[in-house]
Design a protein around this ligand. Structure first.
Ligand code: SF4
Ligand code: SF4
Length: 684
């Protein structure tokens, strides 16, 4: 084509503008706090192949996901096409310069034919995919997608890339090809036909227009990438590769809090550079697809919180302050002044109401195709608000005080912890230190009137089978989850350390729980404090007893039952089957599902310490929406496996004038099926 023009275009497009912007993005990212993400490289590589290269999560939204896969696959072959065209720009005579293996046309190679046909098919699929996104974004105006100039421009650039590619081929074939249809290059052949009557100069012009238009669009797009959401095309791969590999939602431990205070270090995150480099990579990688907000219970009920907008706002702020951040990084390296811009994010970029609306349900994280996380960021910001500024919803003050003084969020007396077990033989670990299992009862199952019935049912099931277990009784305190999720890391750590010492003192190895929040904290967060236990959810444990034939549900429970997935049992720990297995084993029980179930199960609204505070302002309460969803299945009983969910759904049923509809834990239903005298559990 024209080596000089191509060299100039490449130097300007790639060598200067893109390299300059990409370097700034890199420097801003590496100004973030450290994060250890270089372990288990093989596993990371597999995840990247599956989820970034293989686009595994995309079809969760079927049509948009497939449309995205079309565009993504087209982009992959266009990389090869782009490289060929750039190479052709440096030659005047040889149209296959540097890529002879991919020679197309009448004297083409087998690989060339295959490449040409694949490319043409993908060009059509990309255009179909782009049409779908035009439809979703412009015509249908899907809530989760933002209709803005950037989104439209990106669609136009991609469409332009496809059309110039077709023009280049068609004009070239009309110039040099025969009149017959070439099945290996169908698109070019089809569009060459109407051009064949054009003059040689017109065809040359169109050929050059296709060529230079295509390469200019590639370079223009490349330079636009770091400024727009399409940057994910570069960052999504490393973002998936460097995702957290520890159990989902496990929060990081602030090491040596007292030392941090003495050294004047910030507890939590106040400023943008206090997020880790991986969190900043998250911000670069957001595709703005809106899947997170679409599934967020807070967003769905009209709260201020939209996870997508939170990421976009943080990213915009980061872009605005990139120069200061880079300059500050240099200064810190020189051991001089701290960073100059130092704007606090809360209030300025993220409103406190946004932070306090999050239920930590992880619905957003389960949907995000590029594995962006939210709970860790929101908790980091809450940690700063609570521990440095002392600013948090008033109700949480009551919970914190109760945890500090009485070891439970309601401030109830420790000596009442075992009152639920009155009339049932529930051994204390102090009396039976050799018990095989320690049942960590939890606060709600110990004190909440409704949840106490679940404890009674579970104790009866254990006694019925003759399981060797014991409880801590008055020695038990809260595991600390509400304090940690509310941002009070200091209080959580005090509680966790004390609990681990107590459990290790009794040489506990296996722990049973009836509360998913206890399960999650004991199983995944206590190891950071030296507490390494085998923690078993009551649903898993009971399902195992069933399988072993030690529990035989023979009494029919002739009801239509819908099961509500708890976030901390389901999305956090992937315990979906055991509770369903229990229900399916009950004679007469008809298990029905709602659309939002399993990993798409909607939160009840209690997690993330919401249980202990007033819900943020919105159009609807989260528990009401969830109750409505469950009622759509026209159940005769709602089943759950979490005392928090039970409380929220019970309130929801009350507000929907459905107090008479039974709401039961799976353990209660099982006990009803196992033992005839179980009627006292059948209450809402
Ligand atoms: S964790 Fe749940 S409530 Fe919080 S932002 Fe994500 S989806 Fe929304
Ligand atoms: S965070 Fe993930 S799910 Fe949400 S808009 Fe960005 S890419 Fe989409």
């Amino acid at each position: 084509m024209n080596p000089i023009a191509m060299a100039l275009l490449l130097t300007a497009g790639w060598g200067f503008f893109f390299a300059y912007t990409a370097r700034r993005r890199w420097l801003a990212m590496t100004a973030g706090a450290p994060a250890a993400r270089f372990d288990q490289l093989g596993r990371r590589f597999n995840l990247m192949v599956r989820f970034a290269l293989g686009q595994w999560r995309m079809p969760r939204h079927r049509l948009a996901g497939v449309a995205h896969i079309f565009i993504y696959a087209g982009a992959a072959i266009m990389l090869l096409r782009g490289a060929m065209l750039f190479a052709r720009g440096f030659t005047v005579n040889d149209p296959h310069f540097g890529f002879w293996l991919f020679t197309t046309g009448a004297d083409g190679t087998a690989l060339g034919h295959l490449y040409a046909l694949t490319k043409d098919v993908l060009v059509v699929l990309v255009l179909v995919g782009l049409a779908a996104f035009f439809y979703y974004r412009v015509l249908k105006r899907l809530d989760r997608m933002t209709l803005n100039f950037e989104g439209i421009l990106v669609l136009c650039i991609l469409t332009g890339l496809m059309l110039t590619d077709v023009l280049y081929d068609a004009a070239g074939m009309a110039q040099h090809g025969g009149a017959e249809f070439n099945p290996w290059e169908p698109l070019g052949s089809i569009f060459a036909a109407p051009l064949r009557g054009a003059s040689a100069s017109t065809l040359t012009f169109l050929h050059h227009l296709g060529f230079w238009g295509h390469v200019s669009l590639i370079l223009g797009f490349l330079n636009y990438l770091p400024h727009c959401k399409q940057f994910h095309e570069i960052t999504a791969f490393p973002n998936v590769f460097f995702q957290a590999l520890e159990p989902a939602g496990r929060l990081s431990k602030l090491e040596d809090i007292e030392g941090m205070v003495e050294r004047g270090e910030t507890l939590g995150v106040a400023r943008i550079e206090q997020f880790s480099w991986k969190s900043i990579l998250d911000m670069y990688s957001c595709t703005e697809c809106g899947r997170c907000s679409h599934s967020c219970p807070a967003n769905r009920t009209g709260k201020l919180l939209s996870p997508k907008l939170a990421t976009v706002d943080l990213r915009n702020f980061l872009y605005q302050h990139t120069s200061e951040l880079i300059a500050a990084k240099g200064k810190q390296n020189d051991d001089t002044e701290p960073a100059p811009h130092q704007v606090e994010l809360i209030g300025e970029v993220v409103k406190p109401e946004v932070l306090w609306a999050c239920t930590t349900c992880r619905a957003c994280e389960a949907e995000c195709p590029v594995f962006i996380t939210y709970v860790d960021k929101f908790i980091d910001l809450r940690r700063y608000l609570v521990q440095e500024k002392g600013e948090f919803p008033h109700d949480l003050q009551v919970a914190f005080r109760g945890l500090e003084n009485s070891g439970n969020p309601w401030g109830l007396p420790a000596e009442d912890r075992l009152a639920w077990a009155e009339g049932i033989d529930v051994p204390l670990i102090a009396d039976q230190p050799d018990a095989e299992y320690l049942w960590w009862v939890g606060c709600a199952p110990s004190y909440d009137d409704r949840a106490k019935k679940v404890s009674r049912a579970f104790a009866r099931l254990l006694n019925h089978v003759g399981v060797s277990y014991a409880v801590l009784g008055p020695e038990e305190t809260c595991n600390g989850d509400p304090a940690r999720r509310a941002g009070n890391e200091f209080l959580f750590q005090i509680m966790a350390q004390a609990n681990v010492e107590l459990l290790n003192g009794y040489k506990v190895r296996k722990i049973l729980t009836v509360c998913p929040h206890c399960y999650n904290t004991l199983a995944h967060e206590y190891p950071d404090f030296g507490g390494c236990f085998e923690v078993i959810s009551h649903t898993t444990f009971l399902a195992e007893l069933l399988r072993e034939g030690r529990l035989r549900p023979t009494n029919p429970v002739n009801r239509r039952i819908v099961y509500h997935d708890s976030c901390y049992l389901g999305r956090y720990n992937e315990i979906y089957e055991p509770p369903r297995e229990l229900l399916a084993a009950i004679p007469g029980a008809q298990l029905v599902e709602v659309e939002d179930s399993r990993d798409r199960g909607m939160c009840c609204g209690a997690g993330g310490a919401q249980m202990f505070k007033e819900e943020e302002k919105g159009e609807k309460r989260v528990n009401i929406l969830r109750t409505e969803q469950l009622l759509e299945a026209q159940p005769q009983t709602i089943a759950s496996a979490c005392p928090f969910c039970m409380r929220m759904l019970s309130d929801g049923l009350g507000m929907k004038d459905q107090d008479d509809l039974p709401l039961q834990d799976v353990a209660e239903l099982l006990w009803e099926a196992v033992h005839e005298d179980a009627a006292d559990n059948r209450h809402t």
